[in-house]
Design a protein around this ligand. Structure first.
Ligand code: ZN
Ligand code: ZN
Length: 236
């Protein structure tokens, strides 16, 4: 398999995610689900044979990975793949920042390179690429009645993805469809904030001495902190 084939295989794998299948489950945020699928496919791809592809390795050497995606790769149990990628990535970092002798190098170019290395991630780049395409399809389908129904039945849209959807929607939807779409997602988000607030408040009240007895009812509050973190950050 050549590098070009490797890239093609990943693009194909990313684009075969059907948008309505992402909307079928009614738990959590649908955009988180979309991102999780893209992440999972990208991480599995990069930890598999693709890691040895010269074209792919050029990209991982340049971009490196962010903390979130390093952790996901560490969970894959294939530590040698990760070590081999790190070996050539570290080599490139050293060459770009420290070892390379270059005549007439612009004054700030190494500082710019340093900032770039610190802010790029191979998985984030692929996920962003896939999200853009999946969300375009999602917006194209969003005026269909069955898709509108599926959207309304979602548990919530997390806050970072509420931001993402409201930022992208005007580029894809006409005035009335846009208003309708924004109404649906803001209602979902507003309702979920209210229920989180109730659960977190209930949690706090459980520390009150009047609730100190053994059979006190925690209701839905026990995981309200975790659910709030997930809602506010899109991450567990
Ligand atoms: Zn989300
Ligand atoms: Zn990343």
């Amino acid at each position: 398999m050549s590098g070009e084939d490797g890239h093609f295989k990943m693009r194909e794998s990313i684009l075969t995610i059907p948008v309505n299948a992402v909307l079928e489950p009614k738990e959590g945020c649908p955009v988180c689900r979309m991102r999780d699928m893209l992440e999972q496919r990208t991480v599995e791809y990069i930890m598999g044979a693709a890691m040895m592809e010269p074209d792919v390795r050029i990209e991982t050497n340049r971009a490196g990975f962010c903390h979130t995606h390093f952790l996901q790769m560490l969970k894959q149990k294939n530590r040698l793949s990760l070590a081999l990628m790190l070996q050539t990535h570290l080599e490139e970092v050293d060459r770009e920042l420290f070892s390379r002798k270059k005549l007439f190098e612009p004054k700030n170019s190494r500082k710019a390179k340093l900032s770039e290395i610190n802010s790029t991630c191979f998985v984030c780049e692929k996920v962003e690429w896939g999200m853009e395409r999946l969300l375009r399809t999602f917006f194209e389908m969003s005026s269909r009645d069955d898709i509108k129904e599926l959207l309304k039945e979602q548990e919530y849209i997390c806050l970072p993805h509420y931001d993402l959807l409201t930022s992208l929607a005007p580029a894809y939807l006409q005035k009335s469809a846009l208003d309708n779409f924004n109404r649906i997602i803001s209602a979902l988000t507003k309702k979920y904030i209210a229920s989180l607030y109730d659960d977190v408040s209930h949690y706090c009240s459980m520390y009150d001495y009047r609730n100190a007895k053994k059979d006190a009812d925690w209701g839905n509050s026990k995981d309200s902190i975790e659910r709030s973190v997930k809602f506010l950050t899109s991450r567990n």
